[in-house]
Design a binder for this molecule. Sequence first.
Ligand SMILES: Cc1ncc(COP(=O)(O)O)c(C=O)c1O
Ligand SMILES: [Zn+2]
Length: 436
Amino acid sequence: MAAGNDRSGQDTLTRSAATGLICPRCERRFELSEPDAFCPECNRSLDVTYDYELAAKRIRELPAEQRPQSIWRFSELLPILDAQACARVGTHSGFTPLIHAQRLGAELGLQRLYLKDDSTMRPSFSYKDRVVSMSIARLLELGKDEIGCVSTGNVGHSVAALAAAAGIPAYIFYPNRLEPTKAKLCRALGAGVCQLDANYDEANRACRALAEESGLEFANITLRPYYSEGGKTEGFEIVEQLGWRSPDHIVLPAAGGTLSSRVHKGLRELELVGLAQTAHTRLHIAQPEGCSPIASAIIAGASEITPVQPTTAAHSLAIGAPGDAPLVLSAVADRRGSAATVSDAEIFAAIDLLGATEGVLTEPAGGTAIASLIKLIDAGAIAPEDTVVTVVTGNGMKTIEDHPVKPWPSAVPARPETMRSELEQLRATAGARLAA
Ligand SMILES: Cc1ncc(COP(=O)(O)O)c(C=O)c1O
Ligand SMILES: [Zn+2]
């Protein structure tokens, strides 16, 4: 990186107030130039630290209307120092819509239900563009020119798209039992795809060893401290889009635990720099029954998770040994939150409910969040007058082939008399659904 840590005003510098890295367990500190992503003592992924006074000052100096409507909006609180690296990646990512879901809210008995709709995210239609943008910007900052990743599906798609746009080759390592469309998408975006005969956790371990041996940077392994920071932008946007009022509840699907732990960190930072009061916001974790190490630990009141072998159709959430689990457990405890687990049938029913009430098509990760929201309301953890944000983290077009098949109507002759009776049936079905 040409400009190093010097913040003397060259235009190659962003406004970042990042100061270094810290191990969240033993609190040992490291320089931002540290090549390792993990603490050598504890093997935990390092976390980025900031000078919050400096961040607050810089935030006050630049009015919101002069800031980009993208993940880089509050770059004071992001870990990339080289503005040219930021300008090459993720400039169209973030600032997804926050939708007041009145029809779904009415179905569920909530007046103020909002959907943070990352299914519309550019360029790869999932929340992962927030985190992968940070990794690729960091890679460019380091002057490197190829990237790998291990993925449950969406990270790969995001790496393929963002790397192509930045002009660097990408190599995607996929575990087994992945939705095939996601691998196809990566190939169409010019990435190299390697399918591994392993589950995600095994694939992750093997990729870490390969990274050490080959020197290839991995977006979500060797660049992990930077990757994770992108998750905070979800929290920043939710609070800003609600007029700088943090909601009573945020419901998030979790796999590795990056998004949920970093939404918590982002909300805390908004307090630290004086942008919003966020301490009241409760954080709820949504996981499928077939892979719920974090949610089950929260429900049981356990102090650590027990890894599991995933068996769920929500492939993007199938991480049995989530790396950020300790951070999620403490985030949920700090925020007096809770968790829910839901069956695959409940997940697909929730996808359909969201689609039919709001016109938003999500994948099983988003279905997991909506199905969990329903359970949290039933359990009394969320009250009708509360302001609730549920994050729809991914797009259902990528997983539609996995959606349980509904009976497909046989073709009818294209004549008004046959079509008229068809139409009557379709109207009756739609009416029954709306009346239900
Ligand atoms: C669509 C979607 N939502 C949520 C998640 C969970 O994110 P995290 O691993 O940050 O907990 C993933 C992870 O792959 C995902 O693809
Ligand atoms: Zn440590």
